[in-house]
Design a protein around this ligand. Structure first.
Ligand SMILES: Cc1cc2nc3c(=O)[nH]c(=O)nc-3n(C[C@H](O)[C@H](O)[C@H](O)COP(=O)(O)OP(=O)(O)OC[C@H]3O[C@@H](n4cnc5c(N)ncnc54)[C@H](O)[C@@H]3O)c2cc1C
Ligand code: SF4
Length: 333
């Protein structure tokens, strides 16, 4: 056990003051702790001091009925948002992505901001006796020649092939969400799709956030696409498991043809992955079993599976096709 300091802050201003004291590179915010404390116990992460942000009331609320946008405070609990009746009716993909994540106990603790920033579940990242460029830059990647069945088939590099594990960020990617942040240097807004980095030569840098940059809220533009949407998650067991393959899908059908389509993939890429070519393949087409299956194939056309992850090449397209047909049913309801 390594000693560390702890401070609880009650406002964003206090959080920034504590971040200034700790310095830009040494700040660690603590929200629900379900990722952070876990990794500290495993000695994967160390902290000199934790800044507990859970008492910042202004970040604890969310509003899903706004005319122009949905607003989620960064400290909104996964369980509260997942159970929100308006979200379940108008944006089922967002609600389902949260319902299907983790367990009820974890969802009661975990926050949306922390959820976006959860770390990879690659076994070698969490096991400190293995080389891992993400945990220990320059040490190598044990997964390249090791167990990599659950690893990425999109967006990986020779330095790291780990998947981004979260569900909610994948659904948010389909809805063009934005993330508002604040740091001692000011405020900024980041498109969700740009929040996570590709691993490249620096897999230890997982997002474009600075360590002392606080996520304050997530915003989703209000859209009629939400009603006919779904989040499909295929995993090794029915609950309490990370995605092997997942797809967030939303559509608008007009006059029997697809007017707009959104498709984002999870469990297959190093970051939330938008399948733009598959979306385009549907526009102007009737949504049938054939066009849905073809969109699934297009979504995975550029994937680069390894031997053990080859199964994602058949599971992935089927997941997208199924999600599209569920979205179609919702569009007719
Ligand atoms: C057994 C298990 C199963 C799980 N299964 C799933 C699953 O199936 N799907 C899924 O999506 N997730 C899953 N998770 C992950 C879980 O959803 C995350 O651990 C959780 O959402 C993190 O939220 P938290 O509030 O606990 O974050 P914390 O652990 O407190 O923080 C996580 C990271 O985010 C940073 N952080 C937190 N809030 C902010 C903020 N506002 N601004 C800036 N930085 C911040 C912290 O410094 C830390 O680096 C699982 C976790 C466990 C332990
Ligand atoms: S895949 Fe990434 S996280 Fe896993 S061992 Fe390799 S470098 Fe580490």
């Amino acid at each position: 056990m390594q000693n560390f300091g702890y401070v609880r802050v009650a406002s964003v201003a206090e959080a920034l003051q504590a971040a200034r004291e700790d310095g830009a590179q040494h700040t660690r915010f603590l929200a629900g702790g379900t990722t952070l404390v876990d990794l500290m116990r495993l000695h994967v992460l160390q902290a000199d001091r934790l800044i507990d942000i859970t008492s910042i009331r202004e970040l604890q609320t969310f509003n899903t009925s706004g005319r122009s946008e949905l607003v989620f405070g960064a400290l909104s609990k996964m369980s509260d948002v997942a159970e929100d009746p308006t979200l379940r009716r108008d944006y089922p993909a967002l609600a389902e992505s949260l319902q299907k994540g983790a367990s009820q106990q974890l969802r009661n603790m975990a926050t949306l901001g922390g959820n976006l920033l959860q770390r990879t579940r690659c076994e070698y990242f969490r096991g400190t006796s293995y080389p891992c460029n993400r945990r220990s830059p320059g040490s190598g990647c044990a997964a390249l020649e090791g167990i990599n069945r659950g690893h990425a088939i999109f967006g990986y590099s020779d330095s790291c092939i780990a998947t981004y594990p979260g569900d909610f960020a994948v659904a948010l990617a389909a809805f063009d969400a934005q993330v508002d942040t604040v740091s001692p240097r000011g405020e900024r807004t980041i498109p969700l799709i740009n929040l996570h980095r590709l691993p490249g030569d620096t897999p230890h840098l997982e997002t474009i956030l600075d360590p002392d940059e606080l996520i304050v809220r997530i915003r989703v533009p209000a859209t009629p696409l939400g009603r006919a949407s779904t989040y499909q998650k295929i995993r090794d067991r029915e609950s309490y498991a990370f995605a092997g393959v997942s797809s967030a899908v939303a559509i608008i059908i007009d006059g029997g043809r697809v007017r707009q389509a959104r498709i984002a993939l999870g469990g297959v890429a190093t970051k939330p992955w938008r399948a733009g070519a598959a979306e385009q393949s549907l526009v102007g087409q009737p949504l049938t079993r054939e066009t849905a299956s073809r969109a699934g194939v297009v979504a995975f056309a550029d994937a680069r599976p390894r031997k053990a992850s080859q199964f994602k090449m058949s599971l992935g397209p089927k997941s997208v096709a199924k999600a599209l047909l569920i979205a179609k049913e919702r569009s007719a309801a």
